[in-house]
Design a protein around this ligand. Structure first.
Ligand SMILES: C[S@@+](CC[C@H](N)C(=O)[O-])C[C@H]1O[C@@H](n2cnc3c(N)ncnc32)[C@H](O)[C@@H]1O
Length: 275
């Protein structure tokens, strides 16, 4: 299998998640009421990548989570790619409390994992939603939010959005791509935030882009994650850029727990100055 080559922005993302996972389990293990704390990597990848910076192997988020000082009490890894789940299976063979699922994470999360993390279970979870593109569905985020037990890191895939959907004139984007964006956002409202109907000199209607990544990110944070999904705490996300300064994704964190927000804010602020 060909391993993914990852840029410095992904290495920073991995560091952020690892640092928070460490803090999360350190706190959770001291909670006498807590019946378990799960780590869920819903777009897990193969577990190993190659650093573009150094050419060396680098552990992906699923293996990072196994390296922390105080382990989670259960691990769930999902990927749609059979070669990746097989690689993960091999790399984690001797480790107990791990389940690996080959499938679409929207289905697997909603059917096989989230229903077992209700508030009554007295469990908590950290769920990593890290797709390359618009592969996540809004209903999945909603299901996680409704539980009130589960915190998420969310890769908001600006590059896929900008390349395939958010053209200067929305009418020039494929309907299929617009549908992917609707599915991710769970609404068509993003179109009102980013576009205005205009007429050109010949009276032809077009949808002119009037907003960019910042407006989109603000709307998603306040309106969708906080107001609509009901996550109480959603710190300002980190904007990851490539080496030429091009925006790649926002890394969001969303939680019902104020302490979690504070810790992530500190971690985000520490890395913001390098971005
Ligand atoms: C950005 S990579 C994940 C990297 C990983 N989080 C890490 O940091 O090591 C995204 C992964 O999502 C997988 N993927 C894409 N669509 C998916 C879907 N609908 N359900 C589950 N996995 C999917 C891809 O095969 C790929 O391995």
């Amino acid at each position: 299998m060909k391993l993914d080559k990852i840029g410095i922005w992904s290495e920073i993302k991995l560091d952020i998640i690892r640092e928070y996972a460490n803090a999360f389990t350190t706190i959770m293990r001291k909670q006498a009421w807590c019946q378990g704390y799960a780590y869920i990597d819903a777009f897990a990848g193969a577990g190993v990548h190659i650093s573009r910076r150094t050419g060396e192997f680098i552990m992906g988020s699923p293996l990072n989570a196994l390296e922390i000082k105080n382990p989670f009490t259960e691990y769930h890894y999902i990927d749609i790619d059979k070669e990746k789940t097989e690689a993960l299976d091999m790399l984690t063979r001797d480790i107990p409390d791990i389940r690996i699922y080959k499938g679409d994470s929207n289905e697997v999360l909603r059917k096989n994992i989230l229903p077992f993390l209700t508030y009554e279970t007295k469990k908590r979870a950290l769920c990593i939603l890290d797709p390359y593109g618009l592969h996540l569905h809004w209903e999945t985020i909603m299901d996680a939010a409704k539980l009130r037990t589960t915190e998420i890191f969310l890769n908001f895939p600006l590059m896929d959005m900008n390349r395939n959907v958010l053209h200067k004139d929305l009418l020039s984007a494929d309907q299929e791509q617009i549908e992917r964006m609707n599915k991710f956002c769970g609404t068509e409202e993003w179109q009102n935030i980013l576009y205005r109907e205009q007429k050109d000199l010949f009276g032809q209607t077009y949808q002119m882009k009037i907003g960019g990544n910042i407006e989109l990110g603000k709307w998603f944070r306040k309106k969708r994650l906080q107001e609509n999904a009901g996550f109480k705490f959603v710190p300002e996300p980190v904007l990851m850029r490539n080496s030429k300064g091009g925006p790649l994704f926002f890394l969001f964190f969303a939680s019902h727990n104020e302490n979690g927000k504070k810790i992530v804010n500190d971690i985000f602020n520490k890395y913001r100055k390098y971005l």
